[in-house]
Design a protein around this ligand. Structure first.
Ligand SMILES: [Zn+2]
Length: 351
């Protein structure tokens, strides 16, 4: 059956009251052919939602759910938003719900899916609390002379200057590379100190990283203040694990990159991602932790953005890749199903 014909049949058959209760609406009552209930889309508590049975149109009075999608606010859009489905899926869902045989061949409606994703992104844009900023003069406490450890990795120090990297010779951060953390507007919100060594014994004995006390990495995407113009230009945000991934990517000419500062993503960071882009490339380390982390991040972002993977070879990371390989990977990102197929074992492994 043709999808559009099925849609008309389903529209006739759906009982909106039963449907609303089925998808979790509470406080349901009917008056003059209008159903009132709590909004099942934004999961409201008050009776802020109505469904006009004659017109077949819903309205959410408190958050105007669905108004920005640009599709009719009918039962299909309702199911798409509550169940996170695309249009054909919503028709199938409602056909099944109404007991209609739904043997239908359909092509994917990318357009609808795109609109839904966009709407979900606008819903997600919450105003987070401002993070307290640090006094800029704190940076003067640290040296601009870099230890051999850093100079061996970055013979060209211009990138270290751009990211204002310093070195602590004494005090709380002694023998650490100091990385100032700025929020997307460039406010200094924290400092992170990485031990200036790769000696495993040293790294285990002391912490590899030390942060300033007020700094919670979950509220910031490292490098976004520098990357945001490039993200806007390219329409793509590359997400990586650490500071040095960001710095070396800039050096290799990939400047639309930020770091989650760990192989995970937190709610505030998700807000930052979807505020700036609808397309994300994940560039996490080519080891089990990196691939597991990337997969988890993908699952958190996929409802808001199109997410792809850079196929970082085993044992490598963005920092260690040579320029040609990095650009090859960047220009041919993997789709999620390809990544899942290739790294299934890593993704499901327990350690
Ligand atoms: Zn609502």
């Amino acid at each position: 059956m043709d999808l559009r014909i099925l849609k008309e049949k389903v529209k006739e058959a759906v009982d909106p009251v039963r449907l609303l209760e089925h998808i979790g609406a509470t406080n349901v009552n009917i008056k003059n052919d209008v159903v009132r209930c709590a909004c099942p889309i934004h999961k409201g508590r008050k009776q802020n939602f109505s469904f006009d049975i004659q017109k077949g149109i819903f309205s959410c009075f408190s958050r105007h759910c669905g108004e920005e999608v640009g599709l009719p606010r009918d039962v299909f859009l309702l199911v798409m938003l509550v169940k996170n489905m695309n249009f054909p899926q919503s028709v199938e869902y409602l056909a099944k719900f109404s007991g209609i045989d739904s043997n239908v061949e359909y092509t994917k409606q990318d357009d609808d899916e795109y609109k839904i994703k966009q709407w979900l992104r606008t819903q997600k844009k919450l105003d987070g609390d401002d993070i307290p900023s640090l006094d800029e003069s704190i940076l003067n406490m640290f040296s601009r002379e870099y230890p051999p450890y850093l100079l061996n990795r970055y013979s060209d120090t211009s990138i270290l200057n751009l990211f204002e990297v310093r070195y602590a010779t004494s005090g709380h951060f002694a023998n650490r590379i100091i990385v100032p953390i700025r929020d997307e507007d460039g406010r200094l919100v924290g400092l992170s100190g990485r031990l200036a060594t790769d000696n495993k014994f040293e790294l285990r004995r002391k912490h590899k990283y030390l942060h300033t006390a007020n700094f919670s990495s979950g509220a910031v995407l490292y490098g976004l203040n520098h990357a945001k113009t490039f993200i806007e230009r390219d329409g793509i945000m590359v997400l990586s694990e650490g500071f040095f991934d960001v710095m070396s990517s800039f050096q290799k000419g990939i400047c639309n990159i930020c770091a989650t500062m760990g192989a995970t993503i937190l709610p505030e960071q998700i807000n930052l991602v979807i505020k700036h882009t609808s397309t994300v490339y994940l560039a996490y380390d080519g080891d089990i932790a990196g691939r597991k982390g990337a997969w988890k991040i993908y699952k958190r972002l996929k409802d808001y953005c199109d997410v792809f993977f850079l196929d970082i070879p085993k044992g490598e990371d963005v920092d260690s890749l040579d320029v040609e390989t990095y650009w090859d990977l960047y220009l041919s990102p993997m789709k999620a199903y390809e990544f899942e197929k290739k790294y299934h074992k890593e993704i499901i492994s327990k350690n």
